[in-house]
Ligand binder design. Structure first.
Ligand SMILES: Nc1ncnc2c1ncn2[C@@H]1O[C@H](COP(=O)(O)OP(=O)(O)O)[C@@H](O)[C@H]1O
Ligand SMILES: [Mg+2]
Length: 250
């Protein structure tokens, strides 16, 4: 398997307070990683440090074999725009724009495809995620679940190598969480690497590997393997994860 992302001796401090202390880990192409840990354990900081949203204090981050930890801001935002997708707990969609306009905007900005091709791809993403009927709606006029699907479409418009998410289902109820996670599992099944932070064990049980952060380091990790939708297998994964999390003191 090809390594797509690697953190080497990654450290991050804020005003002298160490949050990440010598983190080393590798993510293979096509993996689905869930980062767990208690509140304040540094999950978001780790996600931001490996995705170029923030810079490590020391250490390196290799993305597709290239060290991105020292790129200047302009180069870094280009890597993010063209090769990474981001979703958050609360989607950062632009108000006063339609769902469709929000989705196509990063596609137009990247300029890899013609506007017509971007529009066409946006339509297929909206169809796939079930929001084609609200494409023309203002972002203020759709449900939370529809908004998060739109955020996923927006994150995918430039066909990223990695989709990053910081608590992407944190603001959703359990049935909408399932629907959004079905979409994320399906995207991962098509080959996109996924790395998300979550405190929801049901969400993490859908990952192929779970990483547990404690005291600024990766305390332990659990390999669950490729996710299949089968209900029985799902329950046994959730059980395995629950036992493991208990061992971590979560
Ligand atoms: N920009 C920042 N400035 C100062 N401290 C920060 C900053 N971001 C995070 N921290 C601190 O780093 C620690 C880890 O935060 P965070 O990564 O957000 O944790 P988690 O996502 O696991 O809840 C916390 O103690 C938090 O206060
Ligand atoms: Mg966080």
């Amino acid at each position: 398997m090809k390594t797509i992302l690697e953190a080497k001796n990654l450290c991050k401090s804020f005003e002298g307070t160490v949050v990440l202390n010598d983190i080393n880990f590798r993510v293979d192409e096509g993996e689905f990683i869930a980062i767990m840990g208690r509140s304040g354990s540094g999950k978001s900081t780790l996600l931001y440090s490996i995705s170029g949203m923030d810079r490590p204090t020391s250490g390196n981050v290799l993305f597709c074999g290239k060290d991105i930890s020292k790129l200047d801001d302009g180069k870094m935002s280009e890597v993010r725009l063209k090769h990474m997708g981001f979703i958050f707990q609360h989607s950062h969609l632009l108000k006063n724009l339609s769902i469709r306009d929000n989705i196509v905007l990063p596609g137009f900005k990247a300029g890899a495809l013609s506007r017509e091709e971007v529009n066409k791809y946006a339509n297929s993403l909206m169809l796939k995620t079930g929001i084609d009927s609200v494409a023309g709606h203002d972002v203020k006029k759709v449900s939370g679940g529809q908004l998060q699907r739109a955020a996923i479409c927006r994150a995918l418009i430039n066909k990223p190598d990695v989709l990053f998410g910081d608590e992407p289902t944190g603001a959703l109820n359990s049935s909408t969480t399932r629907e959004v996670m079905d979409i994320i599992n399906s995207i991962n099944g098509e080959g996109t690497t996924v790395i998300i932070v979550t405190h929801d064990a049901k969400v993490a049980a859908r990952a192929s590997r779970v990483i547990y952060l404690m005291d600024g380091n990766i305390h332990d990790e659990l390999t669950l393997g490729k996710y299949e939708g089968d209900e029985k297998v799902k329950l046994s994964r959730e059980k395995r994860l629950a036992e493991w999390l208990e061992k971590q003191g979560f």
